[in-house]
Ligand binder design. Structure first.
Ligand code: ADP
Ligand code: MG
Length: 229
């Protein structure tokens, strides 16, 4: 029954999304079709259309990639894992890609080991989503910090960037399916992350960094064995 429950839960999530997904896929497809028609008609200047066709196909690919992750039966077995190790592994992965934009991610605090009960891959996906957003919002060369603070039975992870920040009028829309301010964005990263953090009995919040940029705060409960010491 647990297996069935898990299945129906993911089916209903996909069910809820499907109307929006169909819409999102149809938009780029409509323009691909229109441009393809122009290309074959040879009556219009076709300069630049090839790039548009390619970028629209890339957008469909990005959306489908995030959906495949959502639908993939990832191991959701809960195990005690050291959060610091998970963060380090994720940061190493992203720093390998971030060197092009010189946005180095550094972990500023090291409280030793902090064990949390979690589905390792899912939590890593959350950290990847948040750090990718931070890199995408940052100008070339701006650093990104990760701070980890123990709060009694919980741990607070704070991601700080010095990027363009989030205008007050759109804060409430972040995390709604397909809400994005990026031309190639899918608007699914935060929604998926919020769902995963909820499943871990945690919270995810956005705040403004000073003088500029964004802070993302994730609060997670420590595993029972950790929280008694
Ligand atoms: P996507 O990255 O595909 O746009 P997300 O769900 O990951 O989708 O993010 C939704 C939106 O939230 C982004 O388009 C952006 O406007 C805003 N956002 C998220 N993180 C940051 C950040 N660190 N700095 C500025 N804006 C952000
Ligand atoms: Mg994103």
């Amino acid at each position: 029954t647990e297996e069935l429950l898990r299945k129906s839960e993911s089916f209903s999530l996909i069910g809820e999304l499907s109307a929006g997904i169909a819409h999102e896929i149809r938009n780029p497809l409509t323009s691909i079709r229109g441009f393809a028609q122009l290309l074959f008609s040879e009556t219009e200047s076709i300069r630049g259309y090839r790039e548009l066709v390619i970028s629209e196909v890339d957008r469909i690919n990005a959306i489908i990639g995030e959906l495949l992750f959502l639908a993939k039966p990832q191991s959701s077995d809960l195990i005690d894992k050291d959060l610091i190790t998970l963060l380090r592994q994720t940061i190493t992965l992203l720093n390998a890609q971030a060197h092009l934009t010189e946005n180095e991610i550094v972990m500023e605090t090291n409280p030793g080991s902090l064990y949390i009960r979690c589905a390792e891959n899912k939590l890593k996906q959350v950290f990847i989503n948040i750090l990718k957003n931070a890199i995408e919002a940052s100008p070339k060369g701006a650093g990104i910090k990760v701070k980890v603070i123990r709060r009694k039975q919980c741990v607070l992870v704070r991601f700080l960037d010095q990027g363009k920040g989030i205008p007050a009028e759109i804060v409430s829309q972040i995390g709604s399916p397909f809400f994005t301010t990026k031309s190639g964005g899918t608007g699914l990263g935060i929604m998926i992350s919020q769902k995963i953090i909820q499943d871990h009995h945690g919270t995810l919040h956005f705040a403004a960094n000073k003088p500029k940029g964004t802070i993302v705060e994730i609060m997670l409960p420590l595993s029972v064995s950790q929280s008694i010491d």
